[in-house]
Design a protein around this ligand. Structure first.
Ligand code: BF8
Ligand code: SF4
Length: 644
């Protein structure tokens, strides 16, 4: 067993790791250690298993060759492997988007009665974009047209995805010139699989450019459809106060933890958990109520819209169970550790899978049905309540720590807030940058990973360094949860950590220096914010000209690779903590970190030290500021706050 202080940064997780250890719960940290040393061929991306003449390793053999049986070079193999990662990530996000669009259609057809149109203004904006006829039509009829168009984009064979038109004209031209404008969401993903089949595409540049195309289909396609339709159907988020970390679990209420990514079911669980009848049942079972909380991006979704607390991120899923206080953990898709099933067995916890795409052997499955959504949610809540009497109160160990945060920012509302209620526009944000109060804007996103220990360190130290240097930070995913636990998403964080310029803006508007914009599909909100900044004027004609940067300090999943690729391809310099698995090919490495600049105006970079990585982002913003001839920064740099 390892040193828990070295494993995780926050004290709640350290306590829960100790509790896990005491109860014999094996966590990702233990399994990570068992895996050492990890395969260096895999790390470098030079292992190929695409056909059964292999597996091959493109490493120097006794004969001095660096090629597979078929003759594939390291460059080809590395590029192909990366393309398959992008396909996996884009597929995950986009399939989520598809399911949302499908539910949206069922709602419009009157078959999914538990869903309503909650943001009609946004629906009408989407209808205008998709050129859906609205004259004399009811909201549901309009919704049907929007759903059909959205669903059509998945199987579209030719043309361009509609939302790409939201990007600055210059950016669209960059994509067309390079031949990477995505035609259909599914089409590009399928083509990844075809191109990487044995004996098709061997030109690493050609392979990587298709990676760009596929990833753009994720960011500006599948993910953006997911975000926008969710906003219409579940409500567009507004700033909301909430709490985060394992301490949100209750010692005397029924704890239900929703985990995964799709809010379609979890929104219904929120509703069911507030129903008087179920609350009464909970009381009858000896509980003081029902405490709902979330893990990962499902948490982010219901946090953004409902203020439901987040129990933690990816690496806290097993820890939540290890508190012994969870009656039910309800999961759907993505980032679910298979190890959860074993962890749940150590307690009374009922692990419940709900998606036909994600079952676990020996685990209870209650299949979600959009047409009976609320009833399915009620059944799940009831099962959790029934479990409450089985909780072993003697061994329950809930860490006390929670932290306050404000979440619920969107591209539509956040910067408009800067303009105030009567003058909603991005002008004050742009002016803040132009005048040198703000240096720029950074998106810090992505996973946490036991290969960056103590976990959260990368996110927290990077974000502190950025806000100290007057960079406004937007966050999604587990990165947002990591920084929220540290208090960086509370308004008070401005006075505590931000540079003077950023502080002035935060105080004037009443926002934290770090804005939570949602789940990982909501990285599409960051793309839109970038577009709005350019549209507002004064910061260049294209996203790549503005002082904007991105980062994923502790990335883990294929989704993060797809996100990184579409963000870079949208013109945003992006730093990863650990490198992509491409170091086995100098050519691929150079393409990503240098050559892409001439093709899309931005590159990837890899830097493990989060403060050094933040400095690279700051340097990048300074260069963009200089090129735009913006004024020097208004205030001197703030001294770093000692690591806490
Ligand atoms: O989609 S940040 S660990 S939970 S992949 Fe997964 Fe990574 Fe978390 Fe959300 Ni995103
Ligand atoms: Fe080996 Fe080529 Fe087959 Fe890959 S495709 S496993 S490199 S023979």
């Amino acid at each position: 067993m390892g040193d828990n202080g070295k494993r995780m940064r926050d004290p709640a997780s350290q306590q829960a790791l100790a509790a896990a250890e005491a109860r014999g719960v094996v966590t990702a940290f233990d399994r990570y250690e068992s895996q050492q040393p990890q395969c260096r061929f895999g790390k470098q991306g030079i292992c190929c298993r695409l056909c059964s003449m292999g597996p091959c390793r493109a490493t120097t053999t006794a004969k001095g060759e660096k090629i597979g049986v078929c003759g594939a070079t390291a460059d080809t193999i590395v590029a192909r492997n990366l393309l398959r990662m992008i396909a996996g990530g884009a597929a995950a996000h986009s399939d989520h988007g598809r399911d949302v669009a499908h539910t949206f259609l069922l709602m419009a057809e009157g078959k999914a009665k538990d869903y309503k149109i909650k943001d009609e203004r946004k629906l009408r904006r989407l209808a205008a974009e998709y050129q859906v006829e609205t004259e004399g039509k009811s909201a549901m009829e309009i919704a049907r047209g929007v759903a059909e168009h959205a669903l059509g984009e998945f199987g579209q064979q030719t043309g361009e995805l509609r939302f790409l038109g939201r990007a600055p004209e210059r950016r669209q031209e960059v994509w067309r010139k390079l031949g990477v404008t995505p035609r259909g969401i599914d089409r590009e993903i399928v083509e990844c699989m075809h191109r990487t089949h044995m004996g098709v595409d061997t030109d690493y540049r050609n392979i990587l450019r298709h990676g760009i195309r596929t990833a753009l289909g994720d960011g500006w396609g599948g993910s953006m459809i997911g975000t926008d339709l969710q906003d219409v159907m579940l409500g567009s988020p507004l700033p909301i106060r909430a709490k985060v970390n394992l301490g949100v679990l209750s010692a005397d209420k029924v704890n239900i933890v929703v985990h995964g990514h799709e809010p379609i079911l979890s929104e219904m669980i929120v509703e069911a958990s507030r129903e008087p009848e179920l609350l009464k049942l909970a009381e009858e079972k000896g509980a003081k109520g029902i405490q709902l909380s979330g893990i990962c991006c499902t948490a982010n979704e219901i946090l953004m819209r409902q203020g439901v607390p987040s129990a933690g991120h990816f690496l806290q899923q097993e820890l939540a169970i290890a508190t012994g206080a969870v009656e039910a953990m309800v999961v759907d898709v993505q980032c679910l550790m298979p190890g959860l099933a074993e962890a749940a067995k150590c307690f009374h916890t009922e692990l419940i899978t709900t998606s036909p795409k994600g079952r676990m052997p020996g685990v209870r499955h209650i299949e979600f049905d959009e047409e009976q959504a609320l009833d399915v949610a009620r059944e799940i809540v009831r099962i959790a309540i029934e479990k409450f009497p089985e909780r072993d109160k003697e061994t329950v160990d809930i860490p006390k720590h929670t932290m306050d945060l404000v979440a619920g920012f969107t591209a539509e509302y956040v910067f408009r807030m800067l303009g105030g209620r009567f003058r909603p526009s991005y002008r004050p944000l742009n002016n803040g940058i132009i005048e040198g109060r703000l240096r720029g804007v950074a998106g810090v996103v992505g996973c946490c990973n036991p290969n960056v220990q103590p976990v959260d360190y990368g996110h927290v130290e990077m974000v502190k360094e950025l806000i100290r240097n007057d960079v406004l930070v937007l966050q999604t995913g587990c990165s947002a949860i990591a920084c929220a636990k540290e208090g960086l998403l509370a308004p008070e964080a401005a006075a505590q950590y931000a540079g003077r310029g950023l502080q002035e803006i935060c105080e004037a508007v009443g926002i934290p220096p770090v804005l939570h914009v949602g789940s990982c599909v909501d990285n599409s909100r960051i793309l839109i914010a970038c577009c709005e900044v350019i549209n507002e004027g004064g910061l260049g004609e294209d996203i790549s000209e503005a002082p904007i940067a991105g980062a994923a300090p502790e990335w883990m999943s294929e989704k993060a690779v797809s996100i990184g690729m579409y963000v870079v391809a949208s013109g945003v310099f992006t730093v990863l903590g650990k490198p992509l698995p491409v170091e086995g090919s100098q050519a691929v490495y150079d393409y990503l970190t240098k050559e892409m600049d001439s093709e899309v105006g931005a590159t990837w970079a890899f830097e493990e030290d989060p403060v050094a990585a933040a400095q690279m982002m700051i340097e990048h913003m300074n260069e963009k500021r200089a090129a735009l001839k913006l004024r020097p920064m208004m205030y001197e740099e703030r001294e770093p706050v000692a690591a806490g």
